[in-house]
Ligand binder design. Structure first.
Ligand code: NDP
Length: 404
């Protein structure tokens, strides 16, 4: 029996809040707070009508530590779940340190004025979390999140040594729009328009955006063009997976998405600096995010599957071994259960499971942690129970899903 305070009321929060309500034997009191209170009230009403669970709601501007501390002291949660945006990670962490309450998020800190995300500024708070006697669990979504847990599971239960990891993120869903993003447009476009990067033998190699494309044959989905991107879980996995020689991350994009993105970039709509229009200061990327469909509205019209997983290669008992550990999710099945498409679903469910791990004491400690720092087994068991079943395909050591 525990109290949680969830901050943020977008697509991912809708799923996480519902899933917490569906596990009310653990999440006995749920409070939802965000910048726009009406969005919290809408989610709370849906949950009250369908699950008959009461959710308290508040308005909070999570950019302000004092405002957050006041709310935390009023609600007195056992855990704060940050499901707002990566820009709020540090303020919410600082509020948790002050109020001495544990913290969880789904994406690593991003500075609003710099299209760059890294764990450095969150890891540096480790000492303060330790001194406050609380824990922070970073990146409890799907990628980062479940992908870290898949790698941890491989390290703890399947391999003696891991040499290569390719994280594959395939969204084969179709929402019928010429261009829309599946989660917060600003965060999504900043991520995919940035330079790519991968890690090999202790060094980072940078690529131009979308420079490296491979065609992967995704089990249950088929062949998709997949582009090498930088993704945050690689920053912690390259430190925490022993014997690792290389880690890369690939994401699928359709041609229409890429053509639109290139065009928007060429005309300056992806800029994150201010421009003045008739005396009004505007950030083009923020304007674009307002014009695009709200990702939370895509659920009803998105059909198809996602397939996200890790190809892990290494050694077991002296022999080469290779596996693909993955989950597939059907957009419409997710929508029927939670009113959200699979990208929000695959993020919101692990956010709830991460919280459950902390509240049940299965994952515990004092300080700042990534997902692979803990025993993967209880989390993997929950994935199966909570709507994200996973599979392992044993591959031949020289087998590849890459299609030349
Ligand atoms: P949305 O844009 O749909 O929702 C974000 C919510 O945060 C909105 O309700 C917004 O309020 C609220 N918010 C923004 N700024 C503040 C603030 N200053 N104070 C309080 N609330 C604020 O985003 P998503 O639901 O799509 O994404 C949520 C998070 O999940 C993001 O951090 C994203 O990066 C992460 N994510 C992680 C993934 C993973 O696999 N790990 C995959 C996909 C997303 P308002 O409505 O008023 O604007």
């Amino acid at each position: 029996m525990a109290k949680v305070l969830i901050v943020g009321a977008g697509g991912v929060s809708r799923v996480a809040t519902k899933k917490c309500a569906m596990n009310s034997e653990i999440f006995s009191e749920i409070t939802l707070a965000s910048r726009t209170k009406s969005k919290c009230d809408k989610i709370a009403k849906e949950i009250k009508d369908t699950l008959h669970v009461e959710i308290k709601t508040f308005r909070v501007d999570a950019d302000h530590v004092d405002e957050l501390v006041t709310l935390i002291e009023k609600v007195k949660p056992d855990l704060v779940m940050n499901i707002a945006l990566p820009y709020q990670d540090l303020t919410i962490m600082d509020a948790c340190i002050k109020a001495k309450v544990s913290y969880l998020d789904t994406a690593n800190y991003e500075h609003p004025d710099l299209a760059k995300f890294e764990y450095k500024e969150q890891w540096v708070r480790d000492e303060e979390f330790k001194n406050s006697g609380i824990m922070a669990l970073l990146g409890s979504g799907f990628d980062p999140g479940v992908t870290n847990v898949f790698c941890a599971y491989a390290q703890q239960y399947l391999f003696d040594e891991i040499h290569y990891i390719d994280i594959l993120d395939c969204n084969a869903g179709d929402h019928g729009y010429a261009f829309a993003t599946n989660f917060n447009p600003e965060i999504n476009l900043r991520e995919v328009s940035a330079n790519g990067r991968y890690w090999q033998e202790g060094l980072w190699y940078e690529t131009r955006p979308m420079e490296i494309m491979m065609r992967w044959d995704y089990p249950e989905v088929g062949i998709k063009d997949s582009y090498l991107l930088y993704h945050e879980e690689m920053e912690s996995l390259c430190k925490n997976i022993k014997g690792l020689k290389r880690i890369r991350f690939f994401m699928t994009f359709g041609q229409s998405y890429l053509t639109h993105m290139k065009c928007l970039e060429n005309v300056g709509m992806l800029r994150i600096d201010e421009v003045e229009v008739n005396g009004v200061k505007v950030v083009p990327m923020e304007l674009l995010a307002k014009l695009l469909p709200d990702p939370a509205s895509l659920g009803v019209r998105t059909v198809g599957l996602t397939n996200i997983g890790c190809v892990v290669e290494g050694i077991k008992e002296g022999k080469r071994k290779k596996v693909y550990i993955y989950n597939t999710c059907d957009h419409q099945t997710c929508y029927k259960e939670t009113g959200a498409q699979a990208v929000s679903y695959t993020t919101g469910v692990p956010a709830m499971i991460g919280a459950k791990m902390i509240l049940e004491g299965k994952w515990s400690g004092k300080g700042v942690y990534n997902m692979e720092n803990f025993d993967a087994m209880p989390f993997m068991e929950e994935l199966d129970k909570q709507g994200l079943p996973w599979k392992i395909i044993e591959m031949q050591p020289d087998e590849t899903y890459e299609v030349k």
